[in-house]
Design a protein around this ligand. Structure first.
Ligand code: ZN
Ligand code: ZN
Length: 160
């Protein structure tokens, strides 16, 4: 996918299928064409150089009433959504499900740091139930974000 196509489709990120000049096979940002992983690396580097700056910023953010309100609101709406979408899953059921999925990331097969992902996002009316749940490693989950799986696959060129 080209940057122009992604922009026309209203996407924030797109996937070119080629590595950046630092060898990252990751999404690019539509707004500047930059590699997402390079951006993360740059941020990590800055954080290493000026840890106190980042620490202070985080602290300010966490303690700001706006942030607290946002978090509370997020939690509340998520709970309502989970309940409203009906089905909830017991922890034991989840671990059985993870077992059935081979305890690996559904996208890259990695076995570490698995997180729960809703194939159809809860926001889009997906249900919190076994057949709508897959396990993704943290990097894949954060790169998929809250997009429906279909959109994500398309951005990776896996679906037309
Ligand atoms: Zn890169
Ligand atoms: Zn993965």
């Amino acid at each position: 996918m080209t940057r122009a196509e992604a922009s026309a489709a209203g996407l924030k990120r797109y996937f070119t299928g080629t590595s950046c000049r630092n060898g990252h096979l990751d999404d690019r940002y539509v707004h500047n064409g930059g590699c997402v992983q390079c951006g993360r690396d740059r941020k990590a580097k800055r954080e290493k150089l000026y840890p106190e700056r980042f620490e202070a910023k985080r602290k300010r953010l966490f303690e700001s009433p706006a942030y607290k309100a946002k978090r509370a609101e997020y939690k509340r709406s998520r709970e309502i959504r989970l309940r409203g979408n009906g089905v909830s899953i017991a922890a034991s059921e989840l671990s059985a499900l993870r077992q059935r999925h081979g305890k690996r990331c559904a996208i890259c097969g990695d076995k570490s740091k698995l997180t729960i992902d809703h194939i159809i996002p809860l926001k889009a009316g997906g249900k919190h139930e076994a057949r709508n749940i897959q396990f993704l490693c943290q990097p894949c989950n954060s790169s998929k974000g809250a997009r429906p799986m279909e959109d994500f696959a398309r951005s990776r060129g896996l679906l037309i």
